[in-house]
Design a protein around this ligand. Structure first.
Ligand SMILES: Cc1cc2nc3c(=O)[nH]c(=O)nc-3n(C[C@H](O)[C@H](O)[C@H](O)COP(=O)(O)OP(=O)(O)OC[C@H]3O[C@@H](n4cnc5c(N)ncnc54)[C@H](O)[C@@H]3O)c2cc1C
Length: 467
């Protein structure tokens, strides 16, 4: 292996592998010293370009989608020249954050070093993309590196818009305010649940699309179990779920099942309620109430002793401010064809994962089915062949409904029809699915999905339950 080191500035180093012999190269790279990506949007200043590098394929975002796609591409063709742009040292298994909040996993159980999951034959540009310039086939990073590409796969995940709830940024992580939507706060959720002595426990859902739409209520069912396990705590408590929606879930069959769960657990559900503000000094949460047409008709406030907030979310500002976003869309998703995952206006760009416009539920499970479509279609494009592979909207949200049960809510997000990868009716709480969620799925994520291995359900297709 030959490795070239290129110094792009006094603080930044890019290591570029030997292009003459790409199949023999090992993953190497480093761009250091630019600020880590924050989950809070900030206006980014585009630096002067001090270096230009070129790759056949640039993948923006080394999360679930980026790593799975890179691995799938390399499984099909080891000679591909791929760069992954991502500033983060850590790679998180985010579905584990619900289990951290519920005291089942430690936060350390949900993370690996990014260097250990990035495929060896790629170049890792360890820097934050700051500008997208698809008209010039370029991504510009915070350190002033212009990454030119022939093909771009864009998957930088979703942006958490903490700032859209007044008082949330200031109050989160202390005095009873928490959220599993960040590795920083998921451990605090468990601390609150564990120490809860009674009072009002509120669980909220925002009025934007979010990743894992079931997560805001999964943690509530675990909390309810934990309160019941301690003498007298649940009797002294009022557990409430407040959501702008009209139903518990987007798929009617699963929603009906969840209606039964909240009833059994005596949880008070407030539909058409949207969290607007947290007043930490008085431990008060303020909600807008909508009518059936979405008009705000009232405001109401509730005192809380603990509140789990699912924050508003949108595409990263980087995308919103670029030509790759859906025009005039407030969330700014990457504008891709819902079947081929090819960009609707820039044919050499593909998008998948949470940042994409795909009208399905945003989950890692969905990416499990999207990544192979991107890999196949991108290779077809490189080979000047038609894009024949189509994503069907598959997604899955394992709905934990207690410490020993889960509804494995698989469905087609394009038509809201339940599906199953198992020979079992999915519209049921099951112990075996709790075991899947807590043991099998994390293993599959690290050892199969990120390595580009085939979807497990495909092996038993002929046995699968169908509606
Ligand atoms: C609490 C919680 C529970 C969940 N539960 C489940 C579940 O049970 N099942 C399930 O399937 N899914 C679940 N999910 C959702 C799942 O984790 C996401 O859908 C999935 O991680 C999205 O993958 P992604 O690659 O699109 O984004 P991510 O995995 O978030 O990765 C995005 C990557 O892009 C990088 N990046 C961001 N901005 C830039 C930039 N400007 N430049 C360069 N790199 C950048 C980031 O550093 C990151 O590495 C859950 C999520 C949460 C938060």
């Amino acid at each position: 292996m030959v490795t070239k080191y290129i110094y792009s500035s006094s603080q930044s180093i890019v290591t570029v592998s030997d292009r003459a012999n790409p199949s023999q190269t090992k993953q190497t790279e480093m761009v250091i010293s630019t600020p880590q990506q924050s989950q809070t949007p900030a206006s980014a200043t585009v630096p002067a370009i001090n270096k230009t590098v070129h790759y056949q394929i640039a993948i923006l975002g080394g999360g679930a989608a980026g790593i799975a796609t890179a691995s799938l591409l390399l499984k099909r063709d080891t000679s591909l020249d791929i760069a992954i742009i991502d500033p983060s040292d850590q790679h998180y298994y985010q579905p584990g954050w619900t289990l951290t909040g519920g005291g089942v996993f430690r936060i350390e159980d949900t993370v690996k070093q990014q260097r250990d999951v990035i495929p060896q034959q790629t170049t890792w540009i360890k820097d934050r993309a700051i500008k997208l310039d698809p008209d010039n086939n370029a991504v510009i990073t915070a350190a002033g590196i212009q990454v030119k590409y022939d093909y771009l796969v864009i998957c930088p995940g979703i942006q958490i818009d903490w700032h859209l709830i007044q008082g949330l940024k200031e109050s989160i992580g202390k005095d009873g305010v928490t959220s599993n939507y960040s590795a920083d706060f998921a451990p605090y959720t468990w601390e609150l649940i564990r120490k809860f002595a009674g009072g009002n426990a509120l669980f909220t859902y925002p009025n934007t699309p979010i990743k894992c739409g079931g997560a805001p209520q999964k943690i509530m069912y675990m909390a309810d179990d934990a309160f019941r396990s301690r003498s007298g705590v649940r009797q002294r408590s009022n557990v409430m779920f407040l959501t702008p929606a009209n139903t518990m879930f987007s798929v009617p069959e699963y929603s009906a099942l969840l209606d039964g769960v909240v009833k059994r657990r005596e949880i008070e559900v407030k539909f058409r309620h949207n969290l607007k503000a947290i007043q930490a000094d008085t431990k008060t949460a303020i909600f807008e109430i909508f009518d059936n047409n979405g008009n705000v008709i009232d405001r109401v406030s509730y005192k809380y002793d603990m509140i789990h907030v699912a924050p508003p979310q949108s595409a990263p500002d980087l995308i919103k401010q670029s030509p790759l976003a859906i025009p005039n869309n407030p969330y700014g998703w990457v504008d891709v064809d819902k079947y081929t995952l090819q960009h609707n206006r820039y044919p050499n760009v593909f998008g998948l994962g949470d940042a994409s416009s795909l009208p399905t539920s945003k989950t890692a499970a969905a990416i499990r089915k999207q990544a192979p479509i991107v890999a196949e279609n991108l290779l077809a494009l490189i080979g000047s062949k038609p894009l024949l592979n189509k994503y069907d909207g598959y997604t899955c949200c394992p709905l934990i409904t207690g410490y020993d049960r889960t509804i494995m809510a698989e469905f087609n997000g394009y038509n809201s029809v339940p599906l199953s990868s198992f020979p079992l009716n999915p519209i049921k709480e099951r112990w075996i699915m709790w075991k899947m969620k807590t043991t099998a799925l994390p293993w599959i994520y690290w050892h199969r999905m990120l390595k580009g291995e085939q979807f497990e359900g495909d092996y038993i297709k002929f046995l699968q339950w169908k509606k």
